[in-house]
Unconditional design. Structure first.
Length: 231
């Protein structure tokens, strides 16, 4: 038993590209977390917005790659991903509320679709692989991104849906929406961005419920199966 296991580990070290291909959820998770550090540059004038748009296209491609083995058709994710990327570029070139709203809605649909596919992937069998463990974190980030785009769309449809302690009269930035999404989904409640309209509060409550359900249904299942396999 020891020999083949050691050979597999040595082969993985000699072929790092093969290891990355076997764990697409890990790559997606790392890139998403890097995006959290990169997105503040989008608020700066100049090259920051362009770099973030390129990075966003990379994230969309990685998300499509991560769900390629799911039971649902991949072409749906491909159409949504290409459409979201095209709308982002169009919005960057000619900024308008209509393009920004369409981009936010398509992005939200794509990330919800990708998260649903990863959840289906995690529920597909009764054995937990290493990539499924990475998928737990990747799914969390996909859902956080999806709700951040929903918040952005709400803000465009109903200006003033969210206020903050700093410059409450201004529209909230993308980074503020993502921060609100992470704090709601993780149930930490540390965000200084507050929903003030009824529709905004309704969506925030749905996200809070989704965060609790994700931990209760998916994270606990993966942890339980992992412990059962070790026993």
């Amino acid at each position: 038993m020891t020999g083949p296991t050691l050979d597999v580990r040595l082969a993985a070290r000699r072929h790092p590209v093969r290891t990355l291909v076997r764990h697409p959820s890990a790559v997606l998770l790392v890139v998403q977390l890097c995006g959290v550090l990169l997105y503040p540059f989008a608020e700066r004038p100049g090259w920051g917005r362009g770099a973030v748009e390129v990075f966003g296209a990379l994230v969309l491609g990685l998300a499509i790659w991560s769900v390629r083995k799911s039971p649902t058709p991949t072409w749906v994710a491909l159409i949504l991903g290409v459409g979201a990327s095209a709308l982002s570029v169009a919005d960057a070139l000619g900024h308008s509320p209509g393009l920004e709203l369409a981009s936010a809605l398509v992005h939200a649909l794509f990330y919800f679709w990708a998260a649903g596919n990863l959840m289906t992937y995690m529920l597909a069998d009764s054995d937990v692989t290493r990539d499924e463990l990475y998928a737990v974190g990747a799914t969390f980030t996909l859902v956080a991104w999806a709700f951040a785009y929903v918040f952005t769309a709400l803000q465009i449809i109903t200006p003033g849906s969210f206020i903050a302690a700093v410059h409450p009269e201004q529209q909230r930035t993308w980074m503020e929406m993502l921060f609100l999404s992470f704090t709601n989904l993780s149930s930490t409640g540390l965000s200084d961005v507050v929903p003030v309209t009824p529709h905004a509060r309704s969506v925030v409550m749905i996200q809070q419920l989704a965060g609790l359900a994700y931990v209760a249904l998916f994270v606990s299942r993966v942890v339980g199966l992992t412990l059962a396999r070790r026993r």
